[in-house]
Design a binder for this molecule. Sequence first.
Ligand SMILES: C[S@@+](CC[C@H](N)C(=O)[O-])C[C@H]1O[C@@H](n2cnc3c(N)ncnc32)[C@H](O)[C@@H]1O
Length: 469
Amino acid sequence: MLLESIDQTRLEVSPTLDPKRRSKLGQFMTPGRIASFMAGMFDTLPPDVRLLDAGAGMGALTAAFVAEALGRDVRPASIDVTCYEVDERLASILDDTLAACADQCTGAGVTFTSRVIRDDYILQSAEPLLREQRAYNCAILNPPYGKINQTSEWRLGLRSLGIETVNLYTAFVAVALGQMEAGGEIVAITPRSFCNGSYYEPFRRILLAGSAIANLHVFESRRSSFKDDDVLQENMIFRVRKGAEQGDVALSTDETEARNVPFSDIVRPSDRHAFIRLPVSGNDLADSVQALPCVLADLGIKVSTGRVVDFRTRDNLRREPGADTVPLIYPQHFHDGGIQWPIPNFRKHNALADNDDTAKLITPAGIFVLTKRFTAKEEKRRLVATIYDGERAGFENHLNYFHENGEGLPLDLAKGLAAFLNSDAVDQYFRIFSGHTQVNATDLRNLHYPSRDQLEALGRGDTTMDDLL
Ligand SMILES: C[S@@+](CC[C@H](N)C(=O)[O-])C[C@H]1O[C@@H](n2cnc3c(N)ncnc32)[C@H](O)[C@@H]1O
């Protein structure tokens, strides 16, 4: 009942929040049914719960936690809640939510105490004089999303706690993990972006070293969790237990029940970047890509990002090819597996001046496989590969190119590689194992590939993707 009324408040209040401030503070409230689902994830609750809800908003998560605790066969004897919230308007609604939680607990014979700290969770946790010396045994979090700049106060505060991270949401989880007592559990809903990408590697290291992952829950439909808020992030929920030994991970989605997955399928022992993979059940194609034998280095091939950053070499850009120019290739030149160049009336530039300044930006003549680094959300594929076969050229920075020590590739290999990268299987692989729509060079280095012989056979048409998987 409490949860329903706060869900109603969310629907009424959310649209009235100042959009700018809302985006700045990452104010996207958890819908009631998701809050309940998260609360239900906690293992047996300790008899004396000390709960943290950092970035508590109107208190949906705490309310769900209390409802869950009171609904269990074995109830805790006491619940003590610490909420952090910087927004005064939300904090005053939060006061009411906590008062309602207190009433419910009293009715059920459970002691309830709480406090709302109207302060910045990160800065307060980092400041020795202000720091609350509390150790929590449960945390339920929907932290704010927002970039942390190099020079921000947050960055410095986090550094004093030994945490390097680039986003508020990972900062909240890392700080909370530090404040948990051994065996304490965190259930959090966050974007999926921390699972891969090099920026989040330090955070993954903190999470994996300090806790065992117990549950991963993935939202397969992009908007399912925050329909009312229209948030486009891809979200996930995870439960971790501080200081516990890592066992199998229960992996579920909003469309499938949990199944136990060996941890080595989630974080590959050989993975130098400790990517967190989400092998959502039932996708045979993606799983078979993961089972392929090679990484890029095994093929003797490298992938690099196009060297021409157009705004850094403005004087050398030419709309049309001329006497002393080479082709300048943008993703817009990709056409049907090959290159359409020059583009008539191209908004950007078709050519790059060929001079001493640009010598370092130009790749030798040859055959290269090019991929787009960014694809629009609505684009059919996550990865789009094409073949460039031609004279010396400048490859623009929004694309990656595969090469052999800077030189082009043999034709059969290039054809096979492009066919592989454009396959349904690789598309499925990136949809499942990557939280973002960007496919960067690191992602391509860590992708699993058929052997070089197999790719060449694919290029010659002597074999098919079905045979290789
Ligand atoms: C994503 S919302 C989630 C709210 C609530 N936990 C829920 O699930 O509905 C994050 C909340 O954190 C608050 N917030 C943002 N930055 C904060 C900070 N540095 N310290 C404390 N709270 C913060 C925002 O005002 C917002 O209410």
